[in-house]
Design a binder for this molecule. Structure first.
Ligand SMILES: [Zn+2]
Ligand SMILES: [Zn+2]
Length: 256
């Protein structure tokens, strides 16, 4: 399984060094979240994504969703299929695609085809796409949010999305064969622990406490470091000296 954290900043330091928004590419045809997906590479390359999983509706995870859908329309034989909980779909219908922020791409058609096919995937449910089995599991965030357990023969990877300290996803992941890696958020430095608690995110300290819920053979890649304190968060994480903890780099196709 190949997992890439898509870059989300641009400019002279072309390989992005800060994460403003979140999207993961899984192999070639599956993405998790559309924070940066619609700003990534060319429309034709974006159109290779046939299945999109939306963890929650915070803007850093859906900001480029309207742009992505517009970019890829007509470039593939069939519309992209987006998986989301009913709560996420309600927000997309009522806010993002309600006709003021963007046109209603959930109902509009182009050449007789919809822009997107929405499918419901609730916590505890799984779907099989592109040779992957993907299971949604509710995590601990301020809006309804699911993380994802992604299984392929020989490798299981967990992407919990935005979460404070949580339990169920670790319990489920711990029971699975071939658990290789977790892409876990580390949003705020330890000094901002009260803010992390209120907004239900992790700090390096609570990140490490989550790691202890899985065996030390599992590789943890830190993502979602708040852009304006990313160095501080990275230094604190690496300061624990844990051999299975690293900071994920943008654009790298990690293979498991
Ligand atoms: Zn969030
Ligand atoms: Zn986020």
């Amino acid at each position: 399984m190949k997992i890439t954290l898509l870059p989300s900043n641009t400019g002279p330091n072309a390989i992005a060094s800060r994460q403003y928004a979140t999207s993961f590419l899984i192999n070639n045809h599956v993405a998790i979240d559309a924070g940066s997906l619609g700003y990534w590479r060319s429309p034709a390359e974006q159109a290779a994504v046939r299945h999109l999983f939306i963890s929650h509706t915070h803007m850093d995870h859906v900001a480029s969703l309207p742009i992505f859908l517009e970019n890829v329309i007509g470039l593939a034989d069939s519309p992209v299929v987006a998986y989301a909980s009913a709560a996420v779909q309600e927000c997309l219908r009522g806010d993002m695609f309600a006709g003021r922020l963007w046109a209603n791409f959930l109902e509009l058609t182009h050449d007789g085809k919809p822009f997107v096919i929405l499918r419901t995937l609730e916590s505890g449910q799984s779907v099989e796409v592109e040779g992957l089995r993907i299971t949604a599991v509710a995590v601990n965030h301020t809006v309804p949010t699911v993380g994802y357990i992604i299984e392929e023969p020989g490798a299981t990877v967990v992407i919990p999305s935005d979460t404070g300290p949580t339990e169920e996803i670790w319990q489920r992941a711990g029971r699975l064969q071939n658990l290789k890696a977790v892409f876990l958020e580390a949003t705020f430095p330890n000094a901002l622990a009260p803010l992390a608690d209120i907004t239900r995110h992790l700090t390096p300290s609570t990140f490490v406490s989550q790691m202890q819920k899985l065996p030390p053979s599992v590789r943890f890649l830190a993502v979602h470091l708040k852009a304006n304190c990313a160095e501080e968060v990275a230094a604190e994480l690496l300061g624990y000296g844990l051999p299975n903890l690293e900071i994920a780099t943008f654009g790298t196709a990690y293979e498991f």
